[in-house]
Design a protein around this ligand. Structure first.
Ligand SMILES: Cc1cc2nc3c(=O)[nH]c(=O)nc-3n(C[C@H](O)[C@H](O)[C@H](O)COP(=O)(O)O)c2cc1C
Length: 121
């Protein structure tokens, strides 16, 4: 499962290209199976608050983190929500996309998913 949060549509666009099972984060979502988290970056390198709350409850099933950001914000905060979550929970950062990223990013995500998520369900 890909669990995602999208505010302006970039993350949901990429999710729609992956052909993998997915669900958007909503308040109180609880997962009991392995998943990849896909989030955008807010503020100045911040984790969106609904994503932070979701991860407090569900981090033990998270196998990897994918983040979208905008490199125009500067390298010190670009996609930093992903770096912060990866560090906080000791979960690998699979991919950092600039806005909607590139097909190579999508391939990397799908490959990681099949290796680390699908086969251990
Ligand atoms: C208010 C606001 C703050 C943002 N802050 C950052 C940031 O600190 N670092 C970054 O890399 N991108 C930042 N972004 C860019 C978004 O993370 C990026 O556009 C992302 O692709 C949005 O995904 P979404 O369209 O799925 O919501 C910000 C965007 C907005 C609107």
């Amino acid at each position: 499962m890909i669990v995602y949060a999208s505010r302006t549509g970039n993350v949901s666009f990429v999710v729609s290209k992956l052909n993998l099972p997915n669900i958007e984060i909503n308040e109180g979502l609880q997962l009991g199976t392995p998943f990849l988290l896909f989030t955008y970056t807010d503020g100045l390198g911040d984790i969106p608050s609904q994503v932070a709350r979701f991860m407090e409850q569900n981090n033990s099933f998270c196998r990897g983190i994918i983040v979208s950001g905008n490199s125009n914000f500067g390298h010190h905060v670009f996609g930093m929500a992903g770096d912060k979550l990866a560090a906080e929970y000791g979960i690998p950062l699979v991919c950092k996309l600039d806005l909607r990223g590139y097909p190579q990013d999508y391939e990397k995500i799908v490959q990681f998913y099949h290796q680390q998520v699908k086969e251990v369900v």
